[in-house]
Design a binder for this molecule. Structure first.
Ligand code: URA
Length: 229
């Protein structure tokens, strides 16, 4: 499928429509090594588009990181009209879908893509991508070593995790799966209630420098690392 060059640049997150038109007229854009200064040029997925010699990220490889806010549903839309993560996603990225799901009251790192393989790599347990959560509990955590052995969360398969750090009621836990409410259920199995939960890391991507509700397009090499895992 081909699209107009200026629209392609907007989707790649390179600026407003006007800004991207200026990139073209100022001669900074090349398609397959040929400088393009006309607005009407069409580009397809296989075209090699550069700005000042630097490759753009085609839609298929766009991976957006959001610092999800509390109270936002992880869904594209909601039949009951509740607030969703899409409210905080810039409209140019609205064609992307959330990868996996965070509970409505969970905050932190949420990724978006349209790439099915990328989605599968990040969510499917067979790829063992670790996810780190910071859980705040109703009482100090004293069960050192228990999650590493596995706990019963009332499903056939036990759930395991690695406790990375404990500061009284705050526990950083790494898990490699995405079953519904898995972290809350793991703590509940030992008699703790999670009073706040935030995801801080997915694979090699860490939630850093983003205010609640903010989003950022990840670099191409960060995306490729997931596909090589
Ligand atoms: N585990 C949970 O319990 N909730 C989340 O949102 C994610 C993981």
């Amino acid at each position: 499928m081909s699209t107009r060059l200026q629209k392609y640049l907007v989707i790649c997150g390179l600026g407003s429509r006007r800004g991207c038109e200026e990139l073209i007229t100022s001669g900074r854009v090349k398609v397959n090594s040929v400088k393009i200064t006309e607005q009407g040029a069409m580009v397809g997925e296989c075209d090699d588009v550069t700005i000042d010699g630097k490759p753009t990220i085609s839609c298929e490889f766009q991976l957006v990181m959001m610092n999800k806010r509390n109270g936002k549903l992880t869904a594209r839309s909601d039949p009951y009209g509740r607030a969703t993560v899409m409210d905080d996603l810039p409209t140019i990225y609205h064609y992307l879908n959330p990868i996996g799901r965070l509970d409505v009251d969970t905050t932190g790192l949420l990724l978006f893509t349209i790439n099915g393989e990328l989605n599968q790599r990040i969510t499917h347990p067979s790829h063992s991508i670790p996810k780190v959560y910071m859980a705040t509990l109703n009482k100090p955590f004293t069960h050192t070593g228990v999650f590493e052995q596995g706990v019963n969360i009332r499903e056939a398969r036990r759930a395991t995790g690695i406790v990375l750090n404990i500061q009284q009621t705050i526990v950083h836990l790494e898990v490699k799966e995405g079953r519904n409410h898995v972290v809350k259920r793991m703590f509940a199995s030992l008699g703790y209630k999670v009073t706040a939960l935030s995801r801080t890391k997915v694979g090699h991507i860490e939630l850093e420098g983003l205010e609640a509700g903010e989003c950022m397009l990840l670099e191409k090499d960060e995306v490729e690392r997931f596909l090589k895992t």
